[in-house]
Design a protein around this ligand. Sequence first.
Ligand SMILES: Cc1cc2nc3c(=O)[nH]c(=O)nc-3n(C[C@H](O)[C@H](O)[C@H](O)COP(=O)(O)OP(=O)(O)OC[C@H]3O[C@@H](n4cnc5c(N)ncnc54)[C@H](O)[C@@H]3O)c2cc1C
Length: 415
Amino acid sequence: MSDALLTEAHKALRDQVRAFAETEIAPRVAAMEDSPTSFDHELAALIARQGWIAATVDSAYGGMSAGHLAKTIIIEELSRVSGAMGAMVQASQLGVAKIVHYGTEEQKRTWLPQVADGTCLPTIAVTEPESGSHVLGMQSTAHRSGNDYILNGRKAFVGNSHIGHLHGVVVRTGPGSRGLTAFLVESDRPGVQLEPYQPTMGLRGFSFGDITFTNCRVPASNMIGDIGDGLSVAYSSSVLYGRLNLAAVALGLHQAVLEQTVGFASTRRRYGKPLSLLSPVGHKIGEMHARLMTARLTTYHASQLLDAGQPCDPHLLNAKYLNYESARTSAGAAMEIHAAAGLRTNLPVERLNRDVQHIWAPAGTGDVQLHRLAEFALGTSPGQQWSQRLADKLAPADGPWSPHRTPVLAHYQRC
Ligand SMILES: Cc1cc2nc3c(=O)[nH]c(=O)nc-3n(C[C@H](O)[C@H](O)[C@H](O)COP(=O)(O)OP(=O)(O)OC[C@H]3O[C@@H](n4cnc5c(N)ncnc54)[C@H](O)[C@@H]3O)c2cc1C
């Protein structure tokens, strides 16, 4: 999508997030790379205070009510500087989805203003060590005890596991596909235990670790949706938020790959001239640019369809699939252009290569996206699209977004 087709509000938002990321996040990337098992709570809190995690939350609850294209731009711009911080923001925005889609009025009034002012980072905890993509294979349970439920089990790879304040936990309350139920579990409740963090290949600074729940008692009023709605809570959050969010992280990484490579190939000299003038190098940069433009088009277009309340599940699947594939291909080409220099950690290209690998698995692996896209092509996709079922909760309630609604955007908040 051409820049000219973005609204002035979206362009202003993009410039603002970019300025913030370059000023506040870029100087901290090296420290995050050097500390793969600790997390910069202060930086996460500073980002959260910008209000961006509540990009799609209604202004009635203190949110930006800015919609999905604005959310995409925020994640993209943060990820351009730090994939880890883009992933941090997207993971909590994903945690917001279940409250927006299935929360009671009381739950929305309690939690969404705290998300909007940055004091609450929500998560969504679905994956388990023994189930992964097979969501219905989960083994964690909740049993009724008076007015409470008692949760037991272990969740794995939970985005913002070690910094989140409010976990959205999907567990088994009965048999079959109507036997899953979602609960809000405050991170300081007795029975919630963070497992020691296992270092990962990339996205250093973003926590996606394991949480164990042992006889963790939560009031029945913490249930999100009705008993048996857990699969819908998990799928709708993943389809409507997760896929686009991860596409936006890949898009920001992809943009950084192109910028880094152009800078390198324009200044590095071989045979008495810039590397970019060697035809295989120029060709690779041209392909990289083509992939990036296509990736951005699919992501922005899917975001706009969501904002317009249009059916777009296949567009969301494609955005996630295509952004991962194209960013990974470009990151590989960037390594080839950098040759030996790319292997050293003083240039960002090796970090970008590591980070991009993390986009394959979450919100449905690439194989799962292709499986679902095939179902749409074959006409065998089960049920109504999520973007149709929840259309009334997807378009901003108070019409097209303008930054006047969110004075926080006038200048970013340092304190
Ligand atoms: C950066 C990151 C953030 C994450 N954030 C969260 C989070 O916030 N909350 C959360 O609950 N989880 C999160 N996850 C976990 C993520 O959802 C899982 O990794 C994902 O569901 C896949 O599960 P798995 O890794 O166990 O792979 P598996 O499901 O074991 O898959 C193994 C292989 O089998 C293939 N496969 C599996 N099922 C199918 C199928 N039906 N059709 C075709 N191929 C298939 C896969 O493509 C893959 O190649 C995150 C993971 C990462 C990497």
